[in-house]
Design a binder for this molecule. Structure first.
Ligand code: GDP
Length: 286
């Protein structure tokens, strides 16, 4: 009996691989590797897989178990007595997380390219459910770091915007939404900016990036008549008159959340209560 049951269990587990993918992006040093390692360690408590070691130089794809206590979009109204809770702990929900290197040089070739591939994939088995963009909230006071982070985020949002507006597609058949979580990491540090100011700083800096890109496009179109899809290249509204806010992205179908947390440090002490709120965001995408 038991071996057959076990076999059945493992067979079933193997037969239904997780179909929800998340992409982890962000500049190097933000804590992506630490986050991936933590999630994998947490998941291995529930299963038999051993965490692998990661470096920040290559992309890694890991399978993560969502803690059963984290609600998902489909079961958020259940009560604690709901039998589906028990069911969830017996048959936990899994998702896949793709980590990418954040180094400037590797960004275009790996991070943005990966986003492009995953976001435009028509394969339902590798559906991209959300993008997690991690930032080091203690490092954002540095002008150079802020500029670098905002430039990367700008490019990420632009890829999603282009996909969402779907050039050439009929406007009635919009692509499924891919929301963005800005994971404001390292909230355990003294010097960390609170999520509210992280949002403001990034918005203001993206505005600057956007304005300078618009100007660049205008200059380029003066030089040659080749730039015909200029409007696609601008993040948010067509006219870059107003100030950029993440709210603007909702108009093009992209929801952006800024949520604090800490991969390291005492979860009890941490302002952002560890990584729980990010897991809750993930749950709401499932
Ligand atoms: P990556 O380049 O984005 O993969 O960043 P890493 O995961 O390598 O993290 C960079 C550094 O930040 C490492 O020394 C981590 O230990 C540290 N780190 C990551 N998350 C936190 C956090 O929440 N709080 C603190 N204080 N340090 C963190």
């Amino acid at each position: 009996g038991v071996p057959i049951l076990l076999h059945y269990f493992f067979y079933r587990a193997a037969a239904s691989p997780p179909s929800s993918n998340f992409l982890l992006l962000g500049p190097s040093g933000a804590g992506k590797t630490a986050f991936t390692t933590l999630l994998e360690a947490k998941s291995s408590l529930a299963s038999t897989t051993t965490p692998s070691t990661h470096t920040s130089q290559t992309s890694t794809l890991i399978t993560v178990t969502l803690p059963p206590s984290v609600p998902t979009a489909s079961n958020r109204y259940r009560s604690v007595n709901d039998p589906s809770l028990k069911e969830a702990s017996r048959n936990p929900i899994k998702y896949r997380l793709q980590d990418t290197p954040g180094h400037g040089k590797l960004r275009a070739s790996q991070g943005i390219a990966e986003l492009h591939t995953m976001a435009t994939s028509s394969d339902s088995k590798s559906k991209l459910r959300g993008v997690i963009f991690m930032v080091d909230t203690a490092a954002l006071v540095d002008e150079a770091v802020l500029r670098d982070t905002a430039t990367y985020l700008h490019d990420v949002l632009l890829v999603l915007q282009k996909r969402s507006l779907g050039k050439g597609r009929s406007s009635t058949k919009r692509a499924a939404e891919i929301p963005v979580l800005i994971a404001a990491n390292k909230q355990d540090l003294f010097t960390a900016l609170p999520p509210g100011s992280v949002r403001e700083k990034l918005e203001a800096e993206i505005d600057r990036v956007r304005k300078s890109k618009t100007k660049g496009l205008l200059d380029a179109s003066m030089d040659s008549a080749e730039v015909d899809d200029g409007e696609d290249e601008v993040l948010g509204d067509d006219d870059a008159q107003g100030v950029f806010t993440f709210r603007l992205m909702e108009d093009v179908g992209i929801k952006v959340d800024v949520t604090g947390g800490a991969v390291k440090g005492d979860p009890q002490e941490a302002v952002g209560s560890g990584v729980r709120r990010w897991e809750e965001w993930i749950g709401m995408c499932l």
